[in-house]
Design a protein around this ligand. Structure first.
Ligand code: HEC
Length: 132
């Protein structure tokens, strides 16, 4: 059984290697490093690791924020900027691609990729709707 598993794992790795960057590129933008973005802008206050406390007492580790909030809300927050809600935080706005890379990274940390998160049922208020 163990043999079979390692064989299957080896095959899976081979397939991944063979498909290579092209296969990954279809899913996300590999040139954007979500971890690096967080490292640069958020990590001095928030933990961006899989375990451990945040450097700043009172700032929740981002993996907990990730698990605690609906994906849509996180995307929106990252793209529109979070600084208005939390005066201490820098007013950073990420592109949709950057936000996706960040959420992919956080999802990887906790083993819950964004695609496996249940959709939020945020009631959309009229002023949240983009004008045509
Ligand atoms: C100067 C320190 C600091 C930096 C830098 C910072 N934050 Fe925060 N952040 C905080 C603190 C403190 C809180 C908790 C404040 C509160 O709940 O009122 C917080 C709260 C949050 C929350 C809300 C959590 C919740 O439950 O409402 C999110 C989301 C968040 N930060 C994301 C980010 C992201 C993403 C970045 C990088 C772009 C970032 N923060 C950078 C200090 C910081």
């Amino acid at each position: 059984m163990v043999m079979l598993w390692s064989f299957l794992t080896a095959v899976a790795c081979l397939v991944t290697l063979t498909i290579g960057p092209a296969g990954i590129a279809a899913a996300t933008s590999p040139e954007i490093d979500g971890k690096a973005l967080l490292d640069k802008t958020c990590a001095r206050c928030h933990s961006i690791a899989a375990t451990g406390d945040s450097p700043l007492k009172g700032a929740p580790p981002l993996r907990e924020v990730y698990l605690g909030k609906p994906i849509e809300m996180l995307e929106q927050g990252l793209e529109e900027g979070l600084g208005s809600r939390h005066p201490d935080m820098p007013q950073v706005q990420f592109s949709a691609e950057q936000a996706a890379a960040i959420l992919d990274y956080l999802g990887g940390l906790v083993g819950r990729p964004p695609s496996t998160r249940p959709p939020a049922s945020i009631p959309s208020t009229p002023d949240a709707v983009e004008p045509p």
